[in-house]
Design a protein around this ligand. Structure first.
Ligand code: SF4
Length: 684
């Protein structure tokens, strides 16, 4: 028997057909991938064994039952709230959660505990895009659809190694270019990557040089008469101030030559159908939100948005980063794209939930949340489906901060993780293939993840674990769900109840799904105001979500280049691994691609340090050290380094790169600057 479900890795959200014997195939009917899979998706069947799984609740390292563990978690959280207030507890969740899990966790924290200290690893992924969208559109809306990548005549990939990080989208673009060789592709990235090989032009932009690059483009569009004056007059505010900021910027600060700038600007200006795809190289920066708005400015100025083959396109890292956004999964959001800082929105959500209290302000964002753990403000912490002691910047500081919390719960599928080893209580979660729910991919498409394996041991789905703790805290009436379908219907019904508020997100057409209809739900792009009717694109004819219905162009300025004498450290993904390798590390063939922690370094820098190939290189931020194999390559520029983010301390004692990445964040989005560390390098 086979089951149609969705890949649990990246934000492409590919449909897969899975069998209990581990056979995995791409789903030819799924509109994200039409049967394609990448190496990670193809190897899913090799990752579903039970080795290393957490199969029972553990308290203080001793196996216990659910009743005892649930009661203990509820009591410790209730005591922390009673003694120190609701701000003294926190949840750190994950884009690996299904929408139903995410919804219940947010409802508990924001509507019942009454604080907003729930943030997720999605903060590391696309918080700058959310902030940029909201500033420009008045809503967190991805305007386009994957098909636009096939309709475009020019695709600009900014800060995105799509070939490794969103491989099936890369495959779709490669196929489109093969069919239409006149399609042009530009890759904007300080580093030459596998993605650059498909590009007609690779622009080795300076780290954080993107604002200068796109401000220069805006100035060029204005000077060359390419601004769509009619679209701007009808649908956009802020053009003049954005252009003034662009004129005040020196495009040379992008680090590119005048010739390269002229070629790129001419291409972009002269091509109507242009899609600008961007990812973590844009988002993970201390000026990530400004970078996003610099890109959006150019599309708004030309009206190249929401029509086939044109628009800005943020691709998310995780399978359900978008679903998390829909349920208010970040500390500065409320469910259903309601605004946490809008009292009418908060009141309406509270009335819908019939909740006793409500958060009144945004909570702590990821980096600040763990600083609050370090300085003693957080008395009880619950980490769900993620490994912040490895994946956050200053990973050792985060591990020390977690140790400092009086009571920590970790719910996970694995018995041993760097974070789980620090917990007082471990709760066994059901994993991919064992649990059911929905996810939303980067093009706003809601797809079902369906179970096809028995749930092992005492593991439970996250929505059930959270609901049981909520019930033990005294709120059982509001968390009496029997199934993920129950949770989803409530999520969709909230959408119906919030219709009086003008918002982009609307899935009210799914509020009446029967269990059978939910189970059979076909992939659909929101909004879904009527069952079976999704929407591919937004904004071709305006209709933005600021009160006046217009978009806003933002005056953004480029950061001045900083010379520090240290190496600039860029971090990211390998082709065949996912996050901290919890699952992909189980598939031997995925380990053969790049088997050890390594650092890419320019051959000239390697020579200067006396480093040969595969010798041990020490990176230091002055406080901590990481030790990696050197990989001399001219894919990186002089003074630049690249290292993958996957290795935990458990897999490679000194290979956890985030121990030497500092905690700088974007002041608007709170997203950590994981692409811009400063380190010293030396031979071991
Ligand atoms: Fe999974 Fe992403 Fe690969 Fe698709 S592209 S199979 S969603 S990892």
């Amino acid at each position: 028997m086979t089951t149609c479900t969705t890949c649990p890795y990246c934000g492409v959200g590919c449909g897969v057909i899975a069998s209990q014997d581990g056979t995995i195939k791409g789903d030819a009917q799924h509109p994200a991938n039409f049967g394609r899979l990448c190496s990670k998706g193809s190897a899913l069947g090799e990752t579903i064994d039970l080795e290393g799984r957490l199969l029972a609740p553990m308290v203080g390292g001793i196996e216990t039952g659910w009743d005892e563990a649930t009661a203990l978690v509820a009591r410790k959280f209730s005591e922390a709230i009673r003694d120190h207030g609701p701000e003294a507890v926190a949840i750190y969740a994950s884009g690996q959660l299904l929408t139903e899990d995410y919804y219940v966790a947010n409802k508990l924290m924001k509507g019942f505990i009454g604080a907003a200290n729930i943030d997720t690893n999605s903060r590391l992924c696309m918080a700058s895009s959310v902030a940029g969208h909201k500033r420009a559109f008045g809503s967190d809306t991805v305007p386009g659809t994957y098909e636009d990548l096939e309709h475009a005549d020019l695709i600009v990939l900014v800060g995105s190694n799509l070939a490794w990080c969103h491989p099936v989208l890369h495959q779709r673009i490669a196929a489109a270019k093969e069919a239409r060789p006149e399609m042009r592709i530009v890759n904007v990235d300080p580093r030459r990557t596998a993605t650059s090989q498909l590009a007609d032009l690779h622009l080795s932009v300076a780290p954080d040089g993107d604002v200068a690059l796109f401000n220069g483009l805006l100035a060029h569009l204005a000077a060359s008469g390419r601004v769509d004056r009619a679209y701007v007059a009808a649908h956009v505010n802020g053009f003049d101030s954005a252009l003034a900021a662009a004129y005040a910027t020196d495009a040379v600060d992008s680090g590119l030559s005048a010739d390269d700038l002229a070629i790129f600007y001419s291409m972009w200006a002269g091509t109507e159908k242009v899609v600008t795809v961007y990812s973590q190289g844009v988002n993970q920066s201390t000026c990530g939100t400004d970078k996003v708005n610099a890109i959006l400015n150019c599309h708004l100025a030309t009206g190249r948005i929401g029509r086939p083959g044109m628009g800005p396109f943020s691709v998310t890292g995780q399978p359900n980063a978008m679903g998390g956004r829909e349920v208010g999964g970040l500390a500065n959001m409320l469910a259903n794209h309601l605004d946490i800082e809008n009292a009418a929105h908060r009141d309406a959500a509270q009335a819908f939930w019939a909740s006793p209290t409500m958060c009144e302000a945004p909570g702590l964002k990821a980096v600040d949340l763990f600083k609050a753990c370090a300085d003693g403000r957080i008395k009880a912490l619950w980490v769900m489906s993620t490994n912040p002691a490895v994946s956050l910047p200053d990973a050792q500081g985060v591990a020390d901060a977690i140790k400092n919390v009086p009571f920590t719960v970790v719910s996970d599928i694995m018995a041993r993780t760097d974070t789980g080893d620090l917990a007082d209580v471990l709760l066994p979660a059901a994993g991919w293939g064992e649990k059911s729910g929905t996810v939303t991919n980067s093009e706003r498409r809601i797809s079902r993840q369906r179970a096809f394996l028995p749930v092992p041991g005492q593991a439970r789905p996250d929505w059930k674990i959270i609901s049981d703790v909520a019930a033990a805290m005294g709120w059982g009436h509001a968390f009496a769900y029997d199934s993920p379908a129950d949770v989803f219907r409530e999520h969709a019904a909230l959408s119906a109840a919030m219709r009086p508020f003008e918002r982009d997100f609307d899935i009210s057409g799914l509020a009446q799904l029967s269990d059978a209809e939910y189970d059979a739900l076909a992939p659909v792009q929101w909004p879904v105001p009527e069952a079976g009717k999704g929407r591919a694109r937004f904004f071709a004819d305006g209709g933005f979500y600021h009160p006046d219905g217009k978009a806003r162009m933002l005056p953004v300025t480029a950061p001045a280049p900083v010379a520090s004498g240290q190496f600039h450290l860029n971090t990211g993904r390998n082709r065949d691994q996912w996050h901290t390798m919890t699952r992909t590390g189980k598939a031997p063939r995925l380990g053969t691609h790049l088997a050890e922690p390594y650092v890419e370094i320019h051959p000239g820098d390697a020579d200067a340090l006396g480093l040969g190939t595969a010798e041990l290189c020490v990176l230091s931020d002055g406080k901590n050290r990481a030790i990696l194999r050197s990989l001399p390559t001219d894919r990186v520029a002089r003074g630049a380094l690249f290292a993958p983010m996957h290795w935990t301390r458990q897999r490679a004692t000194r290979g956890t790169i985030n121990t030497v990445v500092q905690t700088g964040t974007d002041p608007i989005s709170g997203q950590p600057a994981l692409k811009f560390g400063r380190v010293r390098a030396s031979r071991f």
